[in-house]
Write a protein that binds this ligand. Structure first.
Ligand code: CAA
Length: 257
């Protein structure tokens, strides 16, 4: 049996995915993408899923991009098929109904940055390096970077990064809004544990509703998006979570969701 490249650890519905391809700094080839898509298919079917945290194995790299050696000989048709596979997989990660957080622990380049951009937010270790260096290889970002990067950091900064191919450090990534937080690498694991507890402890239906309201609302005009929020707010009162959460507050105890 071939070695697995996606390590999956499940802690009461908070799932940690680790991309593990040490020989190539966790670069994404078709086999890794296929495996990731298989894992996502299983996660999509789970009602008990609460959050997904995704990282790269080791202390040097999150994901150093799409696999350059594999792409090198591709024809335009093969390149299109490869990009389509990646776009489909990354979209499925993005549209999981629970928060998806990238823990960026080193190189986050090209397809790696594009993977992180599809996560709801990203946290970086202080040694992380970000960039869309595709123009240095004679191509452009093909896993969604030209579209998700401007939506995250604005078109001017996206054009800067995509046309110069320059790499930026974690502090600059924080300044431009590419990541939410930066911390010493040694603290990333503790942060992941805290986040898992936090996200795992909140009302799961409410957490899903918050993600849905923000994701779906971003694609709508403000009035429609506010109507969506109201519908989801009201929906929260239909289950057990709201009465448990509010009763726990009034009774000065912790809620059990
Ligand atoms: N694809 C395939 N292999 C890769 C890789 C990638 N994206 N990135 C690194 N590797 C491999 C290297 O070839 C090397 O393999 P060998 O030991 O067999 O030679 C191994 O990983 C370790 O890499 P380095 O020796 O280069 O490590 P370093 O510390 O000197 O440099 C680095 C690290 C700066 C990240 C450098 O490896 C690098 O520049 N990698 C390429 C980054 C890149 O250009 N990413 C974008 C790819 S294109 C893309 O992603 C297109 C898209 O949008 C779809």
């Amino acid at each position: 049996m071939s070695e697995r490249s996606i390590e999956v650890v499940d802690d009461a519905g908070v799932v940690r995915l680790t991309i593990t391809r040490p020989k190539a700094l966790n670069a994404l080839n078709s086999a890794v993408l296929t495996e990731l898509e298989g894992v996502l298919t299983e996660l999509e079917a789970r009602d008990d899923l609460r959050a997904v945290l995704i990282t790269g194995a080791g202390d040097k790299s999150f994901v150093a991009g799409a696999d350059i050696a594999e792409m090198r000989e591709k024809t335009p048709e093969e390149a299109r098929a490869f990009a389509s596979q990646a776009l489909r997989t990354i979209k499925r990660l993005e549209t999981l109904p629970v928060p998806v957080v990238a823990l960026v622990n080193g190189f986050c380049l090209g397809g790696g940055c594009e993977l992180a951009l599809a996560c709801d937010w990203a946290v970086a270790s202080d040694n992380a390096v970000f960039g869309q260096p595709e123009v240095l290889l004679g191509v452009i970002p093909g896993f969604g970077g030209t579209q998700r990067l401007p939506r995250r950091v604005g078109p001017a900064m996206a054009l800067d990064l995509c046309t110069t191919g320059r790499k930026i450090d974690a502090q600059e990534a924080l300044r431009i809004g590419l990541v939410n937080r930066v911390m010493p690498q040694a603290e990333l694991e503790t942060y992941a544990d805290e986040l898992a507890q936090q996200l795992g402890g909140n009302g799961p239906q409410a957490v899903r509703a918050a993600k849905q309201a923000i994701h779906d609302g971003m694609d709508q005009d403000l009035d429609s998006a506010l109507a969506l929020e109201t519908a989801l707010f009201a929906f929260c009162f239909a289950g057990d979570e709201q009465s448990e959460g509010m009763s726990a507050f009034v009774e000065k105890r912790k809620p059990h969701f």
